[in-house]
Design a protein around this ligand. Structure first.
Ligand code: GLC
Length: 424
């Protein structure tokens, strides 16, 4: 009898526990170490919050594919996902699906982050996303090969990159590596190409596709020349397959030791220096090269944590987001995954700087990174970017010449945005 009562009491306790348990699902990225790091962070949250289960959902690598998944969840007004990892280009396009985090996140916590990112994430006064990590395009280069071929430092112009890449490629192939290429980057028809092409164009005084004051500037000679120059790399210093490369394709070739240069985001740094990497200790990073008369340009990337307005537990979801984006968690991601913090003070943290010295030496690159025209074109940025990367991709694959492609793109962008055209 007593045993039965105890069993009943235990069952009741377990039952009420199960009832009290809140489940939060975080839709997260899986590029490089992202997913593993997010899962580890979710576990730390659960360890200190036994009443909450945090599930981490893996989403597609390519930005437009991930957006497609998110849009389906929003379309269904589904509460299945509570926290979304959102791209720096999305606050304007997706604002209507998220809560205002200002309700839950104290101002002094918001103020720990770079003000420019907070501003980017603020739509009509609402804080749509809590900054999680920031990104900027970098040039990765092989220090050992530069030395071997007598180069004193990384290239500062695209022309220099082209000739250095060719010299090293010819030399390495002659030395017995037929798989070696000069330069790998992101050439697939997706958001990554928008980022790379913006860098070629902006660093050649060709503007930013659409200016912050809403003028379509893409149809100019400097932009045309920049895209033509990149088309010339395909099949010469870059593999023909580069026109289907995303970040991870470039990184895999680079990390196997089969490329002299790579354009990529900071996350590739810690993976390149891991013990299982063929290039551990044999590379460094620098600002990207510039075009004739131009200055280097790095596209601003990065990801935020947003809470769905369809969530059943927005308060707990906001707490999870705040935990994941906290200084302590950003520090772990910075050290283990070379993900750039958005918390300013971490750029002075000795342990962070030891793990990723370029956070200090290339600080200006991160601070001056060039934004894509997402604020000016919201809520149509994704359409604008899709028109842009398709036009550039057509030039890279030889379907169209750059002069015609940029002229047609200008017309498309007028249709999408209704903005005027002009020069950068
Ligand atoms: C990185 C950037 C993101 C960008 C994407 C393109 O994830 O952080 O902003 O849109 O790359 O592939």
């Amino acid at each position: 009898m007593r045993r039965a009562i105890v069993a009943l009491l235990v069952a009741a306790a377990v039952g009420s526990l199960a009832w009290a348990q809140v489940s939060i699902t975080v839709a997260a990225g899986n590029v490089g170490q992202e997913l593993a790091l997010t899962k580890a962070a979710a576990q730390r949250y659960m360890d200190s919050h036994p009443g909450v289960t945090v599930n981490v959902l893996d989403t597609p690598d390519f930005v437009q594919d991930r957006l497609g998944v998110y849009l389906q969840v929003f379309e269904a007004k589904s509460s299945d996902v509570d926290v979304f990892q959102i791209d720096v280009i999305w606050p304007g396009d997706l604002a209507e699906h998220f809560i205002d985090l200002n309700q839950y996140v104290p101002k002094d916590v918001v103020d720990q982050h770079f003000p420019a990112i907070v501003k980017n994430n603020t739509v009509d006064g609402k804080l749509i996303g809590l900054p999680w990590f920031t990104d900027a395009g970098l040039l990765y280069y092989r220090t050992d090969l530069l030395q071997k071929y007598g180069f004193s430092g990384p290239p500062t112009t695209w022309d220099e990159l082209q000739s250095m890449a060719k010299t090293i490629q010819d030399g390495e192939r002659a030395a017995g590596n037929p798989d070696f290429w000069g330069f790998v980057w992101q050439g697939n028809a997706y958001e990554g190409l928008t980022c790379d092409a913006l860098e070629w164009i902006k660093s050649s005084n060709g503007g930013t596709i659409i200016s912050p004051d809403k003028v379509i500037t893409i149809n100019n000679q400097n932009a045309i020349d920049a895209v033509d120059r990149a088309a010339g790399w395909v099949g010469t210093i870059s593999p023909p397959g580069v026109t289907s490369f995303g970040e991870e394709d470039a990184r895999n070739m680079w990390q196997a030791g089969n490329a002299a240069f790579m354009r990529n985001w900071p996350y590739a740094y810690s993976l390149g220096n891991a013990t299982d990497s063929a290039i551990q200790g044999k590379f460094d990073v620098s600002p990207l090269p510039a075009g004739p008369g131009g200055q280097p340009a790095a596209t601003l990337g990065g990801w935020q944590l947003a809470v769905s307005k369809y969530s059943k537990h927005p308060d707990v979801a906001a707490d999870v987001a705040m935990f994941l984006a906290s200084p302590a968690e950003q520090k772990i991601r910075a050290i283990q995954g070379s993900f750039n913090p958005t918390v300013m003070s971490l750029y002075k943290d000795p342990q962070v700087l030891e793990a990723a010295p370029f956070f200090g030496s290339l600080y200006d690159v991160f601070i001056n990174a060039v934004a894509r025209p997402s604020t000016a074109t919201a809520p149509n940025y994704n359409e604008v970017s899709t028109a842009f990367f398709n036009a550039v991709h057509d030039v890279l694959t030889g379907k169209e010449n750059a002069t015609d492609a940029m002229a047609l793109l200008e017309l498309d962008l007028q249709d999408i945005t209704g903005f005027a055209t002009g020069q950068p």
